[in-house]
Write a protein that binds this ligand. Structure first.
Ligand code: MCA
Ligand code: AMP
Length: 509
């Protein structure tokens, strides 16, 4: 039987010379391909030694490091299910994810061990390890004693490889289940579509707890046997300085906005670069044009989701059109339908639906939710609203889901409003997304107090800070006598958006 483990395919792409450098870090460390092979074997053997049941989840909330990336690869290698968690998540958020996913192993930073282990043990997790970004922690201490030889676990394409939590417009976060086959098919399609070639070098500057950094960028480099320049944090000056040694860069639009502010970014700095990819949020046409003007390169914008990995892309060779996300990738069927299920014609706006080998297996332990999100003929309803123009380019014009994308991170108004409404003295609230010159879009909260209560906007923000990941905190909060409503009693968020749209329109210094 063929081993369809994603790790097996990634490893098969390692270059013949295993002593060559696979990863160079921003602190000057080098890891060879042999280091990757041995370290993932040791970590996989550690997981195997724990005698976990098949399908066990390995939940990881640690700072970005090469070792954290190796832990992801080792989890695939050992045949378990990786569950990455944003380091910004606070205890209430972590409690939900761990309670819902019931991981067999939790890995966290040393500084968070106290509260994370308490949550994990309460949820029945037997093993809690630590891992810090300075190559220390109990995970590595234990793995040091494990063999560096390991036979890659035999997996089928349909077997689960990762769970990524993504919120819904109502209710709690849902775990999108992605299989080895989902991710391998996507990686292979992108390798070809984006023209990866021998000698490519990727600047990896994205976090590794979401699809963009963990799958699109990492798998892209590994499946091509390409070296990565590994940045623990996104530092625009450092990235521009590294460009002469690299060929490929991937980023959310905010990274491009920040790079454009770097005086050293010019045609000379990018002389060896081959490809700039953007996604995760809409790329403003100004950014697209400014980039072209300053560097001579045309950013390639693509579109994807947690549930689907990458769906569409502008062409590598053909015309890359700003304001569009290009064409459906090979193997992906994409259509635009209205609410009655009628297929829409060119330029007609409706819901984007997709089908293909990259589409997830469903939401973790939520069969009803999964069913709701698929059409009778098996298309996944993305919740994005768009159209296909006469040349076949797909244009996203909005979202039917109430979602704010801030600097590439998703903020679900329903979640934040729930927290605000629970604060003492709050009658109701609305969170709306408004344009922001750095983050693209940010949340602004509009809050109504209960009769007789005086609320302070600052106190509301401070209270949220102790409960929610920092990127979810509203950038401004207003206390108002009432929320605008239509005749049906529905809050008119469009009016609030209009009212506050100029709040952050200034260009940052
Ligand atoms: C940081 N802050 C933010 C954000 N990031 N506020 C709103 N939105 C954000 N994204 C705030 C913090 O709360 C803090 O505020 C202050 O900025 C500084 O925080 P710090 O962590 O130092 O910020 P940073 O290092 O400058 O981070 C900005 C960033 C980061 C580099 C743009 O947000 C980032 O890496 N974004 C990429 C996200 C990503 O990879 N998304 C892909 C999702 P205060 O000081 O008030 O506390 S995958 C996906 O969407 C799909 C499938 C796809 O298509 O790819
Ligand atoms: P998530 O599944 O949480 O990673 O977020 C996926 C969502 O990000 C999609 O449903 C889109 O709304 C949005 N998205 C991703 N890429 C793009 C893009 N290039 N342009 C506009 N929106 C995008």
């Amino acid at each position: 039987m063929k081993n369809e483990n994603l790790f097996a395919a990634l490893r098969a792409a390692f270059p013949a010379d295993l002593t060559a450098i696979a990863v160079e870090t921003d602190t000057g460390l080098n890891y060879s391909w042999l280091d990757l092979e041995r370290a993932t074997a040791m970590l996989a053997n550690l997981l195997v030694s724990l005698k976990l049941p098949a399908g066990s989840r390995i939940a990881v909330q640690v700072e970005k490091s090469v070792e954290a990336m190796l832990l992801y690869l080792a989890t695939l290698r050992a045949g378990y299910v990786f569950l990455p968690l944003n380091t910004a998540y606070q205890s209430a958020e972590i409690e939900y994810f761990i309670g819902n996913a019931e991981p067999a192993v939790v890995v966290c930073s040393k500084k968070n061990f106290g509260w994370v282990s308490k949550i994990a043990f309460k949820a029945g997790t037997q093993n809690v390890f630590t891992l810090d970004d300075d190559r220390t922690g109990s995970l590595l201490d234990r793995a040091t004693h494990c063999s560096d030889k390991h036979t890659v676990a035999l997996m089928q394409a349909d077997d689960l490889a990762a769970i990524l939590y993504t919120s819904g417009t109502t209710g709690r976060s849902k775990g999108a289940m992605l299989s080895h086959g989902n991710m391998l098919s996507n990686a292979l399609v992108l390798k070809d579509y984006w023209g990866w070639k021998p000698g490519d070098v990727l600047i990896h500057a994205l976090p590794i707890f979401h699809v963009h950094g963990l799958f699109v960028a990492l798998h892209g480099a590994l499946i091509n046997g390409s070296k990565m320049m590994w940045c623990a944090r996104f530092d625009p000056k450092f990235v521009v300085g590294k460009m002469p040694e690299a060929t490929v860069f991937m980023g959310v639009p905010t990274l491009y906005v920040r790079l454009l502010n770097e005086p050293e970014l010019d045609k000379k700095a990018v002389r060896n670069m081959r490809l700039f990819v953007a996604g995760s949020a809409p790329l403003l046409i100004e950014t697209f044009n400014d980039w072209q003007q300053k560097t001579g390169h045309t950013i390639l914008e693509r579109y994807g989701m947690c549930e689907t990995a990458m769906l569409t892309s502008n062409p590598y060779k053909g015309e890359r059109r700003g304001g569009t996300v290009g064409f459906a990738l090979p193997g992906v069927s994409l259509r635009v339908q209205d609410d009655d299920g009628k297929l829409l014609a060119v330029d007609e706006i409706g819901g984007i639906q997709v089908k293909g080998p990259n589409i997830f297996k469903g939401y973790w332990r939520m069969p009803e939710k999964t069913k709701e999100e698929f059409t009778a003929d098996g298309f996944f309803k993305t919740g994005d609203v768009g159209k296909i123009d006469k040349r076949g380019y797909i244009i996203i014009v909005g979202r039917s889901k109430d979602l704010i994308i801030s600097g590439g991170y998703n903020v679900y108004p329903a979640e934040i409003e729930g927290y605000i409404n629970d604060l003492p003295g709050v009658a109701e609230s609305a969170l709306v997304g408004v344009p922001h010159s750095d983050f693209g879009e940010v949340g602004v909260a509009v809050v109504v107090a209960k009769p007789g209560v005086i609320l302070q906007a600052d106190a509301i923000v401070a209270a949220l800070k102790s409960k929610l990941a920092n990127f979810k905190i509203p950038k401004m909060c207003f206390v108002v006598p009432e929320l605008p409503r239509n005749t049906m009693g529905k809050v008119q968020k469009n009016l609030l958006r209009e009212q506050h749209k100029m709040l952050f329109s200034v260009t940052p210094a």
